[in-house]
Write a protein that binds this ligand. Sequence first.
Ligand SMILES: Cc1cc2nc3c(=O)[nH]c(=O)nc-3n(C[C@H](O)[C@H](O)[C@H](O)COP(=O)(O)OP(=O)(O)OC[C@H]3O[C@@H](n4cnc5c(N)ncnc54)[C@H](O)[C@@H]3O)c2cc1C
Length: 495
Amino acid sequence: MKKIAVIGAGTAGLASAIRLKALGYDVTIFEKNEKIGGRMYQIKEQGFTFDVGPTIVMMPSLYEEVFKISGVDPKDYIDMQRVDPMFEVFFRDQTKLTATNDLVQMTLDNEKISEEDAQGYMAYLADVYKRYLVAKKYFIDRTFRKPIDFYNPKMLYKALQLKTLSSAYRSISKFVKNEKLRQSLAFQTLYIGVSPYNGPSIYTIIPMIELLYGVWYIKGGMYSMAKAMERRFIEMGGKILLNQNVESFEIKHKEIQGIKVNGRHVDGFDAYLSNADFPWAMNNLIHDKKSKGKYTPKKINKMLYSSSSFLLYIGTDKKYKTNLHSIFFAQDFNGNIDDLFEGNIPKDPSFYVYSPSQVDDTMAPESKEVLYVLVPVPNLNDSGEVWTDEQIESYKQKVLDLLSTKEQFKDIKEHIEVLKMYTPNDFKTNFNLQFGATFGLRPTLLQSNYFRPQNKFKYLKNLYFAGSSNHPGAGVPIVLNSAKLAVSEIDKDLK
Ligand SMILES: Cc1cc2nc3c(=O)[nH]c(=O)nc-3n(C[C@H](O)[C@H](O)[C@H](O)COP(=O)(O)OP(=O)(O)OC[C@H]3O[C@@H](n4cnc5c(N)ncnc54)[C@H](O)[C@@H]3O)c2cc1C
């Protein structure tokens, strides 16, 4: 039986491991942390349960697929429910928009803005759905090994059909006129750390996916998905080794012959699948210059990175009336986005609040609430290493001040029982994310599809990658796909 080492028990690491096991490989995961999950991490404190990173479940079929392909019923592993309304968006002038995928409600709500915008909204959905089908078939669901896989007339024509040269905001503005409606369809590019004003317009597929496929919640929070994958992998006979820091790849004749783990040499594997963030792995796991190929330290530093996140995880001693997902826009959203991507810590940020205890009473003690507050901030390359203890404390106060200006949270400061934080520094050190960029390499046109680091590493015979900074990109469903593609590449070579 061929043996595979997986470095990292993040979403893509676990999903890859299950897929490899299902194909009959002997699989061992080496995870540096004491717990699995990677960014899909969890903090438990005084009866409160906090998801650390991902919270919004989209494309549930990709979650389910990981269990289905291993021969079990996903329902026995993850308990998913549809969320409707999906989220609320609050503007500074006290108005709000409610996002629903109830077509009747959606039409009535949009008609209140204008019939023209209601029509434009539908036209936007139809246009993006068409582009999504092209993206899925020709780009998201396939790998690119050789230049000819991309540079051929058919693929170039399909790339043109994506119409991705414009920005998300500009592309939406062609269909809807109302500024608030535009913003409510544009901000979602921040889910993958790109600007709605500059990122490729194809990322307008994110709100389309929310609207057409729904937003879901997994009982117990997102971490339940990581735990369910861990459970399935162990049931299948897989091995997970925790607190195992992979320090380097030992390379000879263009091949990895072993790995250094916690100072000792480990070998005997036919292939190595890295779930460690690609740019970090290039700089830290491959030491000899030749084996890095074009990914030299200079190139890695010059690549563009997604934004990062500053998070407060708050447990309160009372209940709050809020939605599962709420977005609060800055007064000047455009200025806020400029700050974010020009490396300035936003002074008046937009932010997102997730309150799983609204729908799941296992997340907080009775009559108490969990509030997860996410503020997008620049990555450490763009901002510099700014997060000193004093700066963290002062930004925490700023975010709490801002939160308490919202009607539903006006007394928040008097009711905090537990408060934990995550800053870009934590993302950098806890999960080895280059520059603390929470969504990995930024998916610009020149860092997407064929141009994104591929699942099969070109410069070494037996190295593969699955994760946010690799093809096809960031976000839980997309890294689940990255796992699928990486495993198909391994199987192609080892079969
Ligand atoms: C704040 C935040 C909010 C988000 N919100 C959403 C959301 O709502 N919905 C959504 O779909 N996505 C969301 N995402 C994105 C999503 O979380 C990620 O795209 C996904 O979880 C990344 O998974 P991964 O497997 O690529 O990497 P990771 O989760 O980072 O896993 C990599 C693993 O490798 C381990 N590792 C690294 N180096 C080594 C080493 N040398 N030795 C051993 N182990 C190592 C790490 O410890 C980690 O466990 C969010 C992310 C963040 C941070």
